[in-house]
Design a protein around this ligand. Structure first.
Ligand code: THU
Length: 139
């Protein structure tokens, strides 16, 4: 398989990591639990959950936590992202997180969005979710 195509094995591992992270979410205000998993250039998976705050705007999304964990682990490339949220509706990354992912991913990186049970999965490229984006090459 090519370097940027993720295997079913990697996808299942990302699903499991996102689900475990979602179960750890700290979301006492919205009660909306989200888990995210990113696959890095070494094949390692890093997870994050949303962490809310009594000062509401200080809350952090699951994707941001997963990206921080990736950088801390020494990786700088995102090959794929998987986001899982409570409920039956797909959870796609918020606008701010699309831009955060953009820092580390190519436009053709896959972003997998799924329901709580992981049954419904829709996959997008970063370019689809964040067209005509701004990045470091613009500076
Ligand atoms: N949230 C995420 O963590 N990621 C998303 O992609 C969408 C929204 C969180 C933020 C907040 O804690 C809760 O979900 C409700 O918006």
């Amino acid at each position: 398989p090519s370097k940027d195509k993720i295997s079913p094995f990697e996808r299942d591992a990302m699903l499991a990591a996102a689900r475990a992270a979602m179960d750890r979410a700290y979301a006492p205000y919205s009660h909306f639990h989200v888990g995210a998993a990113v696959l890095d250039e070494h094949g390692a998976i890093h997870a994050g959950c949303n962490v809310e705050n009594a000062a509401y705007p200080q809350g952090v999304c699951a994707e941001a936590g997963a990206l921080s964990a990736m950088v801390l682990a020494g990786a700088t490339r995102v090959r794929a992202v998987l986001v899982m949220g409570h409920g039956d509706a797909l959870v796609t990354p918020c606008g701010g997180c699309r831009q955060k992912i953009r820092e580390f991913a190519r436009g053709d990186a896959k972003i997998h969005c799924c329901t709580e049970d992981g049954e419904l999965i829709r996959s997008f490229t970063l370019d689809e979710l964040l067209p005509y984006s701004f990045g470091r090459e613009n500076l």
